[in-house]
Design a protein. Structure first.
Length: 96
């Protein structure tokens, strides 16, 4: 089973709490996250995405972030994380 989810436009602490709950329900299944509408990426949300990505890897399941908005990519960069940490560049190449 594969779950897909559109990320909220504003990934602040409240949205991160909701996203963590969604991830709990999706655990054990491959996940595809659409980041195309993201206008703000907070540090807590990025931490959740990184930890979840690693957990899905450990579980042997796919965790993809597709269609990253410029604000999403800027947020990652401003927080000092390489987009490649979430394999976003590979996903972006697949979409082209």
């Amino acid at each position: 089973m594969k779950g897909s989810l559109k990320l909220a436009a504003c990934l602040d602490s409240l949205a991160t709490e909701h996203l963590a709950s969604e991830f709990t329900q999706m655990r054990g299944h491959s996940v595809m996250l659409d980041a195309g509408q993201v206008t703000f990426l907070g540090a807590l949300a990025l931490q959740l995405l990184l930890a979840s990505y690693r957990q899905w890897q450990d579980d042997g399941k796919s965790f993809q972030i597709i269609n990253p908005s410029a604000a999403f990519l800027d947020g990652i960069s401003l927080l000092g994380v390489a987009a490649s940490s979430l394999r976003i560049e590979e996903t972006a190449e697949v979409l082209q």
